[in-house]
Design a protein around this ligand. Sequence first.
Ligand SMILES: Cc1cc2nc3c(=O)[nH]c(=O)nc-3n(C[C@H](O)[C@H](O)[C@H](O)COP(=O)(O)O)c2cc1C
Length: 202
Amino acid sequence: MEPDTAPTLSPLPTSALLELIRRRRSIKQAQLRPDPIPREYVEWMLEAANWAPNHGASEPWRFTVFAGEARRALGESFARSYRLGIDPQKYNPQAEKAQLERVWLAPVWISIGMQPGGHHPEWEEVAAVGAAVHAAQLVAASLGLGAFWTSGMPVLHENTANFVGLKAPARLLGFLYVGYPAIPWPQGLRGDWQEKVAWRWG
Ligand SMILES: Cc1cc2nc3c(=O)[nH]c(=O)nc-3n(C[C@H](O)[C@H](O)[C@H](O)COP(=O)(O)O)c2cc1C
């Protein structure tokens, strides 16, 4: 049965949403203020994440939130992962210290886990987690927060995955750290979307 009226999107929310999507920014830890953020803000981010599209209702995203003193153990885990994962020829005590201390630069660190549902290819579960993180980042931006997805070696290392309680086939996909910017809100950089799109329109 045809609906009585064609479905429409209200123009105001659409333009506001597009503007938010354009304005969202990843802000590096060194450019954040360490000031705490309200727990409620993080809850809104994670609720948004939970509405991400996913195949077969697998809802594969798994998050652990670290704030306050809980970050100390996380920094220790990053440092240990660095020691375990680095080529001994390349070991640098300053780099280990940076892993230990980086957690104090952003007030909230969220591990990004993927728990496969077992019925669909892993890439679909990873894609769903990516969509979930983007939703969380949009809410962060709407609150004036920068949110950065980081995925360096110590962050992804098995030791860090164990620390946050992820066991295969679950995977750790990185961390999202969040905080108020210490710099003016950055400009985004993107090429023209039309150059990435081919049309076969009718
Ligand atoms: C899955 C994923 C992992 C990323 N890992 C890193 C990383 O480890 N280091 C880094 O500098 N940027 C990383 N980035 C890129 C930044 O998070 C950010 O998206 C990028 O700098 C573009 O900035 P914008 O989000 O403000 O447009 C990653 C992005 C994604 C989607």
